[in-house]
Design a protein around this ligand. Structure first.
Ligand code: NAP
Length: 309
């Protein structure tokens, strides 16, 4: 028996996915979304969102994602909280496998996002959201006049450290080598800042938990295993992000880090497959930019589907 062919299947449920869902539902494309087992994406891990226009008092990340979901559902977005395991993009309609079931669609919008790479030091899981974060833009303001560390030696670490000086009394960058991947200009901006200290040849070995959250970290010098303790009530891990694309099994063109490379507007290397949000974005990585791209992808998909008739 044949499987129904959908117009649009959306994979992923962050701001990009829900906005793509909202727009394609309003375009009467009857979209189906596979939201993943943990729907809502990275914003589900964020406390207050204060930089999404329209919320003068801010809004909780999870609350905002629930609202986005409700808004898209109101116009008919069908959502299944399941993970896509595999896709076949070699012929149209495309095939999507979810929990052993097969779905077909004329177009796909990939919005699976990216996940921050965590350090995995001892005690880290317990301190996530209690002082340890991977997003300075999201959480920096909670550390006013506190001592913070930033882990990493790339542009992200320099940028986050410099940004965090707005709030923190002191920011210490912890880097495992004395050579920095960061561009010279970003390194110097951080290194020259009076509130920033840089400690090289240090790895976070474990986190020190207090009653009210993070209190510090145990650092180790990888050269001689010498141990030292640092006080901090906030820690930002900036050792890179990885896009969530394993289920695509290399069927779309990506850059060397695995980010999907759009070819024309939001369309990927496979016509009919569109991508939006952090899964393509190495630069902005904001909820508002992801939502904007989700809108673009839905409009691109709608126009592309029209052109197929
Ligand atoms: P990155 O350039 O890959 O740097 C990652 C850093 O984390 C490196 O210093 C690396 O150390 C360190 N690291 C990785 N794994 C680690 C571990 N397990 N323990 C301790 N340290 C670890 O990543 P990024 O800084 O996120 O930048 C990604 C891309 O975005 C880059 O192309 C960057 O230029 C770009 N970006 C641009 C801007 C901007 O222009 N405004 C801002 C942010 C990012 P090693 O050096 O020892 O490997």
């Amino acid at each position: 028996m044949g499987v129904d062919v959908r117009n649009v299947i959306i994979v992923g449920s962050g701001p990009a996915g829900y906005t793509a869902g909202l727009y394609s539902a309003r375009a009467l494309l009857e979209p189906l979304m596979f939201a993943g087992y943990m729907s809502g994406g990275q914003l589900m891990l964020t406390s207050d969102v204060e930089n999404f226009p329209g919320y003068p008092k801010g809004i909780g990340g999870p609350e905002m994602m629930i609202d986005m979901r409700e808004q898209a559902e109101r116009f008919g977005l069908e959502i299944q909280d399941k993970n896509v395991e595999r896709v076949d993009l070699t012929k149209r309609p495309f095939t999507v496998w979810v929990e052993g079931e097969e779905y077909r669609s004329q177009s796909l919008i990939i919005c699976t996002g990216a996940e921050a790479i965590w350090l995995g030091a001892d005690g880290e899981d317990d301190q996530k959201g209690r002082g340890i974060s991977t997003c300075a833009t999201c959480d920096g303001a909670f550390f006013k006049d506190e001592e913070i560390i930033v882990v990493g030696g790339g542009d992200s670490a320099m940028e986050e450290a410099t940004f965090l000086t707005r709030f923190a009394s002191k920011v210490t960058i912890i880097h495992r080598r004395d050579v920095f991947r960061a561009s010279k200009v970003m390194y110097e901006r951080a290194a020259d800042h009076p509130k920033i200290e840089i400690k090289t040849h240090r790895q976070v070995k474990s986190w020190i938990a207090g009653e009210n959250g993070l209190e510090g970290a145990i650092l180790e010098d990888p050269r001689d295993r010498k141990i030292e303790e640092i006080n901090c009530t906030g820690a930002f891990i900036a050792i890179g992000h990885k896009p969530i694309t394993a289920f695509l099994e290399g069927q779309l063109e990506t850059d060397d880090s695995g980010y999907i490379l759009p070819q024309e507007h939001t369309m990927t290397s496979v016509p009919g497959v569109f991508a939006a949000g952090d899964v393509v974005d190495t630069r902005y990585r904001q909820a508002i930019t992801a939502a904007g791209m989700g809108c673009q992808a839905a409009i691109d998909a709608e126009r592309w589907l029209e052109d197929q008739h």
